[in-house]
Design a protein around this ligand. Structure first.
Ligand SMILES: Nc1nc2c(ncn2[C@@H]2O[C@H](COP(=O)(O)OP(=O)(O)OP(=O)(O)O)[C@@H](O)[C@H]2O)c(=O)[nH]1
Length: 317
């Protein structure tokens, strides 16, 4: 990697499943249309839904849907970084949206390696927090706390949905987990892109490369959280699938973290189906946006593939 060229600024967007990372990223991309940007979208589960949602405002999108980027740090991410560093016209900004369960600390540490730092400059790590669900997420998962602890900016999102008390409780909880970070509030991920240019809160600890390459674990570290992906050739009855999922999210709130899919209804229209917390939301996609079989991914702990398939089949038309 050449040393003299200006370094490529890198923004890592992290936050628990459904917190609003893609929404916030889209908002930032819209504000930064003047610089050619590249997005690396990492999704847990094999369906690249977020990539399709950010493509409109980005010059280039790399999708890493084969597990969590923080678990395969020696492979795919380095290949993409090497490719970007070689490009004749380097991107003006690189955005990385991590999965909702990523260990963003290890991801950020990648950019402190001397070889990577020559061409990339890590900007503040942004952690998006769902203010209505964070207290629950902190008590039931490890990942939510890790993400908050390793961020420079904590965005308390979904303020419009949270009561004043919930917002205060969320602010206290995140401050306990990370007293150093800047805390800002947002609705629909609307934060100013000037956040991208502020200095990091964490000092850049020099990273000393070990002499021998350490043996990295080849198995994902998030062994407890699994993504179960399902495809269906038959169309869905939207009110049935919404009902089935709403009931399941009530009954298995501690097990099911996120549902996300692109489904076709019996009139041929395609829809984005998703849950955050206990809410299920179905929004029509633009004409021509969907194709192939309907696909639904359910992410959670102790989620049994066959049980989920049985459940989802109840929502078919
Ligand atoms: N009411 C409300 N909804 C929001 C807000 N921010 C995001 N959402 C919605 O929350 C849902 C999840 O948002 P995403 O941006 O997809 O969340 P994410 O963190 O990228 O999700 P994963 O990639 O699955 O982890 C979507 O339906 C958004 O429209 C907000 O401030 N208020």
């Amino acid at each position: 990697m050449a040393g003299q060229r200006p370094r490529i600024p890198v923004s890592i967007i992290t936050g628990f499943l459904g917190a609003g990372k893609t929404t916030l990223l889209n908002h930032l991309l819209r504000q930064r249309q003047d610089v050619p940007n590249v997005v690396i979208e990492n999704e847990f589960g094999s369906v690249g839904i977020d990539g399709a949602l950010v493509r409109q405002y980005s010059n280039e999108v790399y999708e890493v849907s084969n597990g969590c980027i923080c678990c395969s740090l020696d492979d795919e991410l380095f290949d993409i970084l090497a490719e970007l560093a070689r490009e004749e016209e380097a991107p003006g900004h690189l955005f990385i949206e991590a999965t909702g369960i990523a260990d963003s600390g290890s991801l950020a540490a990648t950019f402190l390696r001397p070889d990577i730092r020559k061409r990339f400059e890590l900007r503040p790590v942004i952690c998006v927090v769902d203010s209505t669900n964070i207290t629950e997420q902190l008590s039931s998962t490890q990942e939510a706390g890790q993400q908050i602890a390793s961020a420079d900016v904590l965005v308390l999102n979904k303020t419009g949905l949270a009561t004043t008390e919930a917002l205060q409780a969320a602010a206290q909880a995140v401050k306990r987990a990370n007293p150093l970070a800047r805390i800002i509030q947002s609705a629909d991920g609307r934060i100013s892109a000037t956040e991208l240019d502020l200095p990091r809160v964490r000092p850049e600890v020099p990273f000393v490369l070990p002499k021998a390459k350490p043996a990295l674990p080849k198995v994902p570290v998030h062994t407890a959280t699994v993504a179960s992906s399902h495809t269906f050739d038959r169309p869905f009855d939207l009110s049935k699938i919404k009902h089935v999922l709403s009931v399941s999210l009530m009954l298995y709130a501690k097990q099911i973290f996120r549902v996300k899919g692109i489904v076709q209804s019996h009139d041929g229209q395609w829809h984005l189906l998703q849950s955050t917390g206990k809410q299920v939301e179905i929004t029509p996609l633009a004409p021509g946006a969907g194709a192939g079989p309907s696909t639904i991914v359910v992410i959670g702990q102790g989620v049994k593939e066959e049980a989920v398939a049985r459940l989802l089949r109840q929502g078919l038309a």
